[in-house]
Design a binder for this molecule. Structure first.
Ligand SMILES: [Zn+2]
Length: 188
């Protein structure tokens, strides 16, 4: 049960409203690079994110536009910002950390929206069957190597359109010396 691993750097998702405050009205994101999940892309645009203790520049915006604005950071980023974001699934931002977004045309003070993304595997219903993972919501993943280990609480995100891949943040990747494209082993 090998799964390819993708490391997700800090990034933001934006609503149309927030994109227009940060970049100007009727602005649309330019595609820099298609991501592994179909339809998702890294945009050319970046913003700065600011917390009570610090600021991080050149934070990539991922497109397309979403129904909610969300900032995904690592724990290391959170220390730099002076925030203590919860570990959440994407989209579950209620009562998450406040953060300020700064773009070339304006800024947005989010009352909530900054999270540390939970470890997750993008998987299709077919792969769920193939791997015998029916009725399981979370798995563990073993990674080999000199800093190998077992990562628990890996959520299964299921959709027909997904490309099979484990997504970890930079802290998890660095802790286990994982490179983008390495493989882990799913443990039920
Ligand atoms: Zn993902």
């Amino acid at each position: 049960m090998k799964v390819p691993i993708g490391i997700s750097a800090r990034h933001t998702h934006l609503t149309k409203e927030h994109l227009e405050i940060l970049f100007g009205s009727e602005y649309s994101l330019k595609v820099l690079k298609e991501l592994s999940q179909p339809g998702e892309f890294a945009s050319e645009e970046t913003i700065s994110i600011k917390g009570p203790r610090g600021i991080i520049d050149r934070v990539r915006i991922l497109g397309p536009i979403r129904k909610y604005t969300q900032v995904e950071v690592s724990k290391t980023d959170a220390h730099k910002l002076g925030l203590n974001p919860p570990v959440r699934e994407s989209g579950d931002i209620e009562s998450s950390s406040p953060v300020t977004l700064i773009g070339p045309k304006g800024q947005v003070e989010l009352k909530e929206g900054c999270i540390i993304a939970s470890r997750h595997i993008h998987i299709t219903p077919n792969d769920i069957k193939r791997l015998g993972l029916e009725n399981i919501s979370k798995v563990s993943v073993l990674v080999e190597g000199v800093k190998g280990g077992i990562m628990h609480n890996v959520t299964l995100k299921i959709s027909e359109n997904y490309e099979f891949e484990l997504h970890l943040d930079v802290d998890d990747g660095n802790a286990h010396l994982i490179n983008h494209g390495d493989f882990g082993t799913i443990i039920k």
